[in-house]
Design a protein around this ligand. Structure first.
Ligand SMILES: Nc1ncnc2c1ncn2[C@@H]1O[C@H](COP(=O)(O)OP(=O)(O)OP(=O)(O)O)[C@@H](O)[C@H]1O
Length: 700
């Protein structure tokens, strides 16, 4: 591209932007005028209804109310449209390509933005929504021959120009033509920016492999396996926005549910869908899901409490309990036990009806035939089968009295050894000859690791009508942290489509992690797509973390920043002072977020206190925290999972803190949260997990 042409192209684009902005102003004015008309009409209708209520008959009243409701709905839609137009005003589009359809002589410019913008008078589309079929060309191709799938079939053509913008209101801040390689400059620019307390949308720079995942509207279960920072969470949310657009008549945000690891994470991602013009969707944690399914009848420990106990205490017995219940074999044991309970639950006996024998074995056979039904339906079906047998064998039709007798006797057979759910669950471990694996806390409070095995039994033994039956799409993030039993429960509870995402390498719970193979085994027919390019952290940070946990598939983005630093201090006190200095340096920088990420909550509390004593304002996150804020936060790697920060400090990076495989994962998660700057501090002996990754810089 030569300079004069570029200069004139920029002028042309500036003029085009001006035109679009003035059209947007007109459209907003128009929407405002229509809104005010609606408001007036609604008010008039209401006044009319109030004044004439006595003379109106029932039908007239209903029809008048319906017409008001309809006007309110239309008014709401108009208000939403006005909101979208105002958002477009801030940045009307981010991309343009010139497309010549096959068979046509001239190429037309197609502008892509966050929303659709059409001139109602001329029906001309000025800006295409990034989710429109034609917009996929922007993400999938450079210049040259192209093809996309529209509702009317495949469309082919040529792209002769592809341009990217960053626009703020009336100003084009960045304009880049990409003739060979897509986006790098714009992407680099985006990734180099400071973070925020909430996740951003990435519509302007979605990459080709990411686009394929977003637009996959067929997979019943889509598994996204992606390296740290590859955009999994981002992509999953953009996919939700895409599906809401693609299936707008049948799918609404109320039909979607996100299973998220904690409230802080839920808050962090909550702005993406509204930014994309969709309503936010409901989210649920595994704990509240469990509470709903157990109908609030059990008191139990939360996930974080269990993790804290695992990390802060020497607790080999707890480790064993957690690991056992998280194994694939646990599901097999539960199924075998359920069969055993079935047999125990029903003690068939001979029954005589009017001198005719129904033998115990026949009753037992019928009972087992209907094993999939809940107890009451099951007994009903058994009676029906026995009725048919009586007819066939004795040519005898059961009378209502006979039926009643049969019902009573079957009920008595089924009642033998009836236990509560808790007793049944406890008996499971006795049956396994491992009673020590069930260890409720004081007042019978269950451990977190017991929750889902218990729910699994409940679901199989009793009929639980799913409170989530209306959900049409389930999104599960951090898939590696759920156990086979949890997946079995989720699968039974949600028969809808699913998007499941995570990274096996980022499991922060070594005793209860699921591998990709295990997850795929649960969701037969799932499609798995992988993302290997990492966008979050600078090249230097990714190289460093690769040496902590090597992933041969990972491709680090070439965005350069300073190398991570590993700082040695001679005492804890000096280390804290070093961290306080880092905090001050952050406060003087243009960055927005700094996280001090520790292994345990106890350490987090310690460093938080050191900062507070030095007068540095920082927020300590724990399991009760609800939201993330800008500034300095102190937390554990568990809580930092899924989040990102401009700067990260990992204190206590010595061998006695980080030494085994679980620690490796925690360290990996902590370090991969950093976008621009990573600092590790330690006293004594540096962790061997880090030694290999760094050249130590002594600060003392
Ligand atoms: N195509 C893209 N354009 C711009 N930014 C991107 C793109 N893809 C990913 N990112 C950025 O990379 C960062 C990581 O994204 P995200 O948190 O979705 O990744 P992840 O795979 O879920 O990470 P992790 O598993 O490590 O938590 C975010 O800042 C996101 O905005």
């Amino acid at each position: 591209m030569n300079a004069p042409r570029h200069a004139s192209a920029r002028e042309q684009e500036a003029t085009h932007l001006e035109t679009i902005q003035s059209r947007l102003i007109n459209a907003i004015d128009d929407a405002e005028a229509r809104l005010s008309d609606y408001k007036q009409d609604i008010q008039e209708q209401k006044t009319y209804l109030a004044e004439n209520r006595d003379e109106m008959d029932h039908i007239e009243k209903i029809s008048s109310r319906e017409s008001i409701d309809q006007m309110v709905k239309t008014g709401d839609a108009l208000l939403a449209q006005k909101g979208r137009l105002e958002k477009l005003q801030r940045a009307p589009y981010f991309g343009r390509f010139d497309f010549r359809r096959e068979g046509e002589r001239e190429a037309s410019p197609i502008y892509i933005g966050i929303h659709h913008f059409q001139d109602h008078a001329t029906n001309r589309t000025h800006v295409y929504d990034w989710r429109a079929p034609i917009a996929s060309l922007f993400y999938d191709y450079e210049t040259g021959p192209v093809r996309f799938t529209a509702p009317e079939g495949d469309i082919e053509g040529q792209i002769s120009l592809k341009r990217q913008f960053r626009i703020q209101h009336d100003t084009i801040e960045l304009m880049i033509d990409s003739e060979v390689n897509v986006v790098d400059e714009v992407l680099q620019d985006e990734l180099g920016r400071a973070s925020d307390a909430n996740m951003k949308n990435i519509v302007a720079t979605i990459q080709r492999d990411q686009n394929a995942i977003i637009r996959n509207d067929e997979a019943p279960v889509l598994i996204i396996q992606g390296v740290a920072g590859s955009g999994k969470t981002s992509i999953a949310l953009h996919r939700i926005a895409f599906l809401l657009y693609r299936f707008k008549d049948t799918l609404s945000s109320d039909d979607i549910l996100i299973v998220s690891p904690n409230s802080v994470f839920a808050d962090y991602i909550s702005t993406v869908l509204p930014e994309l013009g969709e309503e936010s969707v409901n989210e649920v944690s595994m704990e509240s899901l469990a509470d709903t399914l157990l109908e609030g009848e059990f008191r139990f420990q939360g996930f974080f409490e269990q993790t804290r106990a695992l990390l802060e205490k020497q607790a080999p017995e707890l480790q064993r309990r957690v690991a056992f219940k998280a194994s694939a074999a646990m599901l097999e044991h539960l199924d075998a036990y359920l069969k055993h309970v079935e047999n125990q639950r029903f003690a068939a006996r001979d029954v005589w009806i009017e001198g005719r024998l129904i033998p115990a074995w026949l009753i037992e056979e019928a009972f087992h035939r209907h094993a999939s039904l809940a107890q009451r339906d099951r007994l009903e079906r058994v009676i029906r089968d026995l009725e048919a047998s009586m007819q066939q064998e004795y040519r005898y039709a059961l009378t209502p009295d006979d039926r009643q007798q049969l019902q009573k006797e079957l009920g008595a057979m089924a009642k033998t050894r009836r236990r509560t759910l808790r007793q049944t669950y406890k008996a499971f471990y006795e049956w396994l000859e491992e009673p020590a694996l069930f260890k409720p806390g004081s007042h019978g409070r269950l451990e977190y690791n017991d929750l889902f095995p218990l729910i699994y039994l409940k679901m199989k033994l009793e009929r639980i009508s799913s409170p989530y039956a209306r959900i049409k799409h389930l999104l599960i993030d951090e898939m590696q942290d759920y156990t086979p039993v949890q997946y079995a429960v989720l699968n039974r509870l949600f028969s809808c489509k699913k998007t499941i995402l995570g990274d096996a390498r980022q499991s922060v719970d070594p005793y209860s992690a699921s591998s990709l193979t295990q997850i795929r085994r649960t969701f037969l027919g799932s499609i798995c797509m992988t993302l290997n390019k990492s966008y979050r952290s600078s090249y230097e940070i990714m190289q460093f973390t690769q040496r902590i946990s090597h992933n041969p598939d990972l491709v680090a983005i070439e965005r350069h920043d300073e190398a991570p630093r590993v700082l040695h201090f001679t005492s804890r006190r000096q280390e804290a002072e070093g961290i306080i200095d880092e905090a001050h340096a952050f406060l003087d920088s243009s960055h927005h977020t700094l996280a001090v990420i520790c292994k345990t909550q106890r350490q987090a509390a310690y460093y938080h206190e050191q900062l507070a004593t030095a007068g540095v304002e920082a927020v300590l996150l724990d399991e009760r925290s609800q939201a993330l804020s800008r500034g300095i936060i102190v937390c554990t790697a568990h809580l930092a999972k899924g989040l990102e920060f401009d700067r990260v400090i990992v204190p206590s990076a010595e061998d006695k803190t980080y030494h085994n495989d679980m620690d490796r994962n925690l360290l990996y998660v902590a370090c991969t949260r950093a976008m621009h700057r990573l600092t590790l501090t330690y006293t004594g002996q540096l962790s061997t997990l880090i030694e290999a990754a760094s050249d130590t810089n002594s600060a003392s």
